[in-house]
Design a protein around this ligand. Structure first.
Ligand code: AMP
Ligand code: SF4
Length: 460
């Protein structure tokens, strides 16, 4: 099986937003997209449906606060919009890939944006190119748009349903056409998408933290395989594909989502705290203090320290102003990146046996650097505890972690990884504990188990 296949393509880890019937919608979007900023810092955009029926777009590279000046927001009048933030990947940049996209077909002009990765994109794109379709970007959103436009007849709902039904993989998509907001999720529900009420209007967002930012009242999640349509008659629901079984991405809970978000009924902070507690139950280590790797493992570290009745200390300090290391293309740059991002607090770690809690090990860069910096700062023992199972398989559903060859867990045992990172011991959470922490079934755990919920369409 060629696991590198999908990495030739665009991997978008993003956040999406939709607003319907809210005055000054672009200002609200400015706030909500900032609440989703952790889901994407490379680029962002807003497409507004104006009172004159035109769809206006403003988008650019950078953070929401930098892309949307006062002038830009004034230039986006209207009560209905979609918005997007995009994660930085090493592979595909460029203005042509920044969402939302505005397209037009026989049914009229529309805009759309998505989060996720379509696994049968190649075959659909190949078929469309044979028919003469021209593509401007490598984004799955453009593919979705072509499928909508390809339908010979039908209203927007019929078109979107027919398009969504052909796509396999992960997508949480928002769409705007003729003054109506549409939102849909793939049939497995890999990526989150929640609906809230704001006054007499609605907000749809990748995470509930964006609803909270607007003081919108959480209504419910968009269901896997569901298309919702919000227009003058309120909210209507349609089924574009039968759900074969829920498969929410477990990495959303482990790493990606904001701790104050609630995903399909399970609070992210609570989930992470429980993984910390279960990690202690599975792997109690001889330690004087517990420390987290700021910030994503903080909740798990709280859980571990509470269960172990050990002090939770600030052994590592994060420099907020350094870009994320994970996405640096060269390994040497990643090593430097970790050193610049994290510093040990010598007075805390000196002479101590330390239990370090991190949420995951992907390439091993962070853990290796952390162990070294803690030892250099005088730690007597460093035990690395990971609040998720061993990450061993690439993700094809929109979390960009690299190829199989780049994942240290893919061909190394726990003992080998422990030796590589130089820790006194290394322990992972069991998959069983991951389910227990979530209090739910129906999670995707393919990057830990290799059990992909979908076909991968790569000649496997
Ligand atoms: P690595 O240094 O390659 O082993 O990456 C592990 C670190 O990256 C951990 O501290 C995680 O918090 C973080 N991480 C895990 N998954 C991702 C992801 N998809 N994108 C960016 N960072 C991640
Ligand atoms: Fe999430 Fe892993 Fe499944 Fe990808 S493979 S969707 S990262 S759980």
């Amino acid at each position: 099986m060629n696991y590198n296949h999908c990495f030739d393509e665009l991997h978008e880890e993003c956040g999406v937003l939709g607003i319907y019937g809210v005055r000054d919608a672009s200002r609200q979007a400015f706030l909500a997209l900032q609440a989703l900023q952790h889901r994407g810092q490379q680029a962002c955009g807003i497409a507004v449906y104006g009172h004159d029926g035109a769809i206006r777009i403003h988008k650019g590279e950078g953070l929401v606060k930098d892309v949307f000046s006062e002038t830009a927001l004034v230039g986006l009048p209207g009560d209905i919009l979609i918005g997007h933030v995009r994660y930085p990947t090493t592979e595909v940049g460029g203005m042509e890939n920044i969402q939302p996209f505005r397209m037009s077909c026989r049914a009229g002009c529309f805009a759309l944006a998505h989060n996720g990765n379509i696994v049968n994109a190649d075959s659909i794109k190949g078929r469309l190119e044979t028919l003469g379709h021209l593509f401007h970007s490598t984004s799955d959103s453009e593919l979705f748009a072509h499928l909508i436009g390809e339908q010979k007849t039908g209203d927007w709902i019929t078109r979107i349903m027919a398009a969504a039904n052909q796509l396999d993989g992960a997508f949480s998509t928002v769409l705007l056409a003729d003054g109506v907001l549409y939102a849909c999720r793939d049939k497995y529900g890999f990526r989150p998408l929640s609906i809230g009420r704001l006054g007499s209007g609605y907000v749809v967002a990748s995470e509930t933290c964006a609803l909270d930012a607007l003081k919108a009242e959480f209504l419910r999640d968009v269901e896997p395989g569901e298309l919702i349509c919000i227009g003058p008659d309120g909210l209507k629901s349609f089924c574009h594909s039968q759900c074969p079984g829920r498969r929410m991405c477990s990495m959303e809970y482990i790493y990606f989502a904001r701790p104050d978000s609630i995903i399909e009924g399970c609070g992210v902070h609570i989930f992470r705290k429980r993984t910390g507690k279960l990690l202690y139950e599975e792997h109690p280590v001889p330690a004087d203090i517990v420390i987290s790797v700021p910030e994503s493992s903080m909740s798990a570290a709280i859980g571990y320290a509470e269960a172990a009745r050990l002090p939770l200390e600030m052994g590592l300090l994060k420099n907020m102003y350094v870009a994320r290391t994970f996405i640096q293309p060269a390994q040497s740059m990643r090593d430097i990146g970790v050193k610049m991002k994290l510093s040990p607090v010598r007075s805390i770690v000196k002479g101590k046996r330390i239990a370090v809690i991190d949420d995951s090990i992907v390439r091993g860069t962070t853990s290796r650097q952390i162990v070294k910096m803690l030892r250099d700062a005088g730690a007597t023992e460093v035990h690395m505890l990971i609040a998720s199972p061993k990450y061993a398989w690439p993700c094809f559903y929109g979390i960009d972690t690299g190829t199989k060859e780049q994942l240290i867990g893919s061909d190394h045992s726990e003992e080998e990884i422990c030796r590589y990172i130089g820790a006194d011991s290394l322990h992972y959470l069991s998959e069983q504990a991951l389910f227990k922490a979530s209090g739910r079934s129906g999670l995707c755990t393919a990057c830990f188990s290799g059990n992909y919920p979908t076909d991968l369409y790569n000649g496997a």
